[in-house]
Design a protein. Structure first.
Length: 346
């Protein structure tokens, strides 16, 4: 780029920088600037860098609205979710962002402050004001149904949920298979029954895991202990663990997530019980920290990266009108055997 070439913008002028301004500064055509802005590979490297330098110097930002009128898409995916406090939601969102970026799409996050009908309806109403081509919903389907949602024309939807049925395209981990593996592992070790610390009652994932735990014990002809209900937190696991430590027949516990399993480990330690000598514990999630628990936690692995990838893949297939399977796509789960489980005490 010539060192003495002057910017086409006069000092003090505060108008939006145009593609023509970038072209004039870079010494190329507006068509070349358009190709660089849209990521076309047909522009040679030196010219591309020249255009990008001009864009940075002028503070040029592509006009997404104009691009949408020309190409019929905004290249943006909306993500509606209730909370980032749970590991599953945060790691799924992280994967969605990464895979969307790899496809050249940006993410617009639309949080639902309160998980009520009005809250969900308000989030979808905002879609009318936002430039998105598709929506990925990370929340319970019953909230989505209760809001009597009307989507903007042409907006495609994928739901991250285990109970969407035939009403929505769904991506989720195989909750039932994971819960069966966890319960069966403890039964096969010789425990006479398995206690369960479930997640919140309003969570379909928690209910699917609890239902499968119960069915697995019944199929094995073993008694089903009273279900204990937590809230996904380590504190709730600790509180329930203090109670289970007083149960003389409690030698095995399946926790519905790793955080509650961590609380159980602390509670049993506080009560003088050794894991896994006195009681075995299995979690669900396979958090990166699970290997650092004392002892390292046996748990069910959820592949959140694959969930995010499938969400983006399926919703973009809808946007591009490409053929795909309709219904639920289940990402496999598997048991990771570590040191928190063993046969029951003699």
């Amino acid at each position: 780029m010539s060192a003495n070439r002057r910017t086409p913008l006069e000092p003090g002028v505060r108008r939006r920088v145009s593609m023509a301004d970038v072209a004039a500064l870079a010494g190329v055509s507006a068509q070349t600037v358009s190709r660089v802005a849209n990521g076309h590979a047909s522009v040679v490297g030196s010219t591309r860098e020249q255009v990008l330098t001009a864009m940075r110097e002028l503070g040029y930002r592509p006009n997404s609205a104009a691009r949408a009128l020309k190409y019929g898409e905004f290249r943006t995916i909306g993500v509606i979710l209730f909370t980032l406090a749970t590991v599953g939601n945060s790691r799924t969102l992280e994967a969605i962002v990464a895979h969307s970026a790899a496809e050249g799409y940006a993410i617009t996050l639309i949080p639902v402050a309160v998980p009520t009908q009005d809250g969900v309806l308000g989030a979808f109403t905002r879609l009318d004001e936002l430039a998105v081509d598709a929506v990925i919903v990370i929340m319970e389907v019953h909230l989505l149904d209760a809001a009597t949602v009307t989507l903007p024309p042409g907006v495609q939807v994928i739901v991250v949920d285990s109970n969407g049925g035939d009403r929505y395209n769904v991506v989720d981990t195989d909750q039932a298979h994971g819960a069966r593996l966890a319960t069966r592992h403890l039964v096969d070790l010789g425990h006479r029954t398995v206690w369960h610390v479930a997640g919140p009652e309003e969570s379909f994932a928690a209910e699917r895991r609890a239902q499968t735990w119960r069915e697995t014990l019944e199929e094995a002809g073993l008694p089903v202990p009273p279900l204990r209900r937590g809230d996904w937190s380590a504190d709730s696991g600790y509180r329930i663990g203090l109670e289970l430590a007083e149960e003389p027949g409690c030698t095995a516990v399946f926790a519905a997530n790793d955080q509650m399993a961590l609380g159980l480990l602390r509670a049993f330690h506080a009560k003088g019980k050794v894991v896994p000598r006195d009681v075995s514990i299995v979690g669900f999630d396979d958090l990166p920290d699970a290997t650092s628990y004392i002892p390292p936690l046996t748990t069910v692995h959820q592949d959140f990266t694959e969930v995010g990838r499938r969400c983006v893949e399926r919703v973009l297939r809808q946007v591009r009108h490409e053929p795909q399977e309709v219904g639920t796509s289940l990402v496999p789960t598997w048991l990771v055997h570590r040191e928190s489980t063993a046969p029951p005490p003699a």
